[in-house]
Each structure stands twice: as C-alpha cells, then as structure tokens.
Design a protein around this ligand. Structure first.
Ligand SMILES: [Ca+2]
Ligand SMILES: [Ca+2]
Length: 107
C-alpha cells in the first residue's frame, strides 16, 4: 500500500526505439490528413516513397494484426505504376485504402 504509488505505468520511454516501436496505436477516428502524416512518417530512409516494409510498419502502428498482408493489399491498391513503391502521388490511394480498412475495423 505504501509503495504502490511508485509503480511506473505504461512502457518505459527507453523502450521506444522508434516512432512506431512500442507506441500505442493512434486513436480512431483519424482524419485523412492525420493518416497521411503517419504514412509520410513511415518513410524511414527519406527517399520520398514507401517500400512494402515501410508500409508494413505503418499498418503495424495502426493496429493491424497482419501488417505484412495488409501492406501487400495496400500496395496493390495504391501502386499505380507497379514499381513496388508508393510514391507521393500514389499516397492518396494508400490513405484511402487504410481509411476504409480502419473504418471497417472500428464498426
Ligand atoms: Ca522509403
Ligand atoms: Ca509506384
């Protein structure tokens, strides 16, 4: 009883090696702009396009149980020129896909 107040709550800050690792999923509802910002942040190597691995991390962060599979679906939907990456002009389609998925997930 005397020590209970000293027990830290939640994950220790040092566990958060990156923006996504250990971070709680963002709260629904998300706007299109917020979702877009999350995907833009997922571009870890800053080459202005998202690889499947980067898309996977974003879906992982968004709370997907099958982020790799989800990334494949999202990429299929958004990757208009089929180069395996989601570029800036293709990002809107990925955002739309993710928004639709999140909507279904939360209903
Ligand atoms: Ca990238
Ligand atoms: Ca592409």
């Amino acid at each position: 009883m005397f020590f209970s107040a000293n027990v830290p709550k939640g994950p220790h800050p040092s566990c958060r090696r990156s923006y996504y690792k250990g971070a709680a999923a963002p709260r629904w509802p998300l706007t299109e702009a917020e979702l877009k910002a999350i995907f833009k942040h997922a571009d870890e190597n800053k080459d202005k396009r998202l690889s499947k691995e980067e898309v996977k991390k974003a879906f992982d962060y968004l709370g997907s149980r099958l982020p790799f599979w989800r990334a494949g679906k999202g990429l299929h939907q958004a990757d208009g020129n089929q180069d395996g990456y989601v570029s800036d002009d293709e990002l809107d389609d990925l955002v739309k896909y993710a928004l639709e998925w999140l909507r279904q997930k939360h209903t």
